[in-house]
Design a protein around this ligand. Structure first.
Ligand code: ASP
Length: 333
């Protein structure tokens, strides 16, 4: 039996799906100022098609008896390869008109994790994060060293210009105009309209193991080697079989300060509430202090959910026995 509950409170929206046999996957393609008015029907359709494709790629791994780690890796790789999302191809521009990518992955079985920050020439940063987890004794590698490791692991390397898209370049130009009166971007409060975004996936496999993966180009016009929450374990990504797995998107500085991903799992575990309820609490509190964004969550009972405090979030899920559910706007829109 599958039940679908919709709960809308203030600007937070969550969808909970309970499936009896708990294999399932949830993905996101970023949260922010995403409204129906700002999108043509053709664009909307393109986003739904890519979300559906990515969630199906991940789900097919689970269906074949594959691990949640492989499922989230597969889904995030698809999203990184799509120019529609701010990760891999289609990543936002830094102030200097380049791209610097962050990613992380976590295994809920034993809290093994891998992360990379500020990489410029790795086609799929999530594969590099996975290699850091599987093939090194470290958790996080950054910049040149991470790129050297990617080369040694024979991952596909690309020119930085591979990540270019016209759409993101226009966003950079708008952001620079807004920043212009200030000496540097780091002094200017971030405007979500400049466009952020991230991709992520969380899954539960046949063995009941959880995993989470997150990948991003960060925030438009970022400077000085700025790193967001996506590669920070506990902030933008977290998985622990004793509670839940979370991938986040939003204004990274807030997600780091409030340790959003691990806080959701800790609340679920210690307060004995559902992970979906914990996510709702955390995102509502984050909104009160000015933090915009959203999360996707799967708990160790196989309950899939998403919560966001922004106008929209690209998202999709598929649970055992169910169809793909793909959404973009807040439930009230
Ligand atoms: N969380 C990402 C960052 O701060 C951006 C986003 O998800 O929109 O780098």
């Amino acid at each position: 039996m599958k039940t679908l509950l919709l709960a809308v409170a203030l600007s937070t929206c969550s969808v909970l799906v309970h499936a009896k046999a708990p294999i399932g996957i949830v993905i996101h393609g970023g949260a922010g100022t995403i409204s129906r008015n700002s999108m043509s029907p053709a664009q909307e359709q393109a986003y739904h098609a890519m979300l559906t494709h990515a969630v199906n790629q991940g789900y097919s791994v689970l269906e074949r008896g594959g691990s949640s780690l492989d499922a989230v890796t597969a889904a995030v790789t698809v999203l990184e390869d799509s120019p529609l999302f701010n990760a891999g191809k289609g990543a936002v521009y830094t102030f200097d008109e380049t791209h610097e990518l962050d990613a992380s992955i976590m295994d809920g079985r034993d809290r093994r994790a891998g992360a990379v920050a500020g990489v410029t020439n790795v086609k799929n940063p999530i594969l590099l994060a996975r290699a850091v987890m599987d093939k090194s004794v470290h958790v996080m590698l950054s910049g040149k060293g991470a790129e050297q490791f990617a080369k040694e692991q024979q991952l596909e390397l690309v020119e930085n210009s591979y990540f270019n898209t016209e759409f993101r370049y226009e966003s950079l130009k708008r952001a620079k105009q807004a920043i212009a009166p200030q000496p540097h971007q780091a002094a200017v409060p971030y405007d979500p309209a400049w466009k952020m975004g991230t991709v992520g996936a969380v899954a539960i496999d046949k063995k009941g193991n959880l995993a989470a993966a997150t990948s991003t180009g960060g925030m438009t016009a970022k400077r000085y080697g700025r790193i967001g929450d996506a590669p920070i374990i506990g902030a933008g990504n977290f998985a622990d079989n004793s509670s839940c797995a979370v991938s986040a998107t939003g204004h990274g500085e807030f997600f780091i300060r409030y340790q959003v991903a691990s806080d959701i799992c800790a609340r679920a575990k210690y307060q004995k509430i559902s992970a979906a309820a914990a996510a709702k609490q955390v995102l509502a509190e984050l909104k009160q202090v000015g933090g915009d964004g959203g999360v996707i969550v799967v708990d160790n009972k196989g309950q899939l959910s998403w919560t966001f405090n922004t106008e929209g979030m690209y998202r999709a899920l598929k649970a055992e026995g169910g169809e793909v559910l793909s959404e973009i706007f807040a439930a009230s829109e």
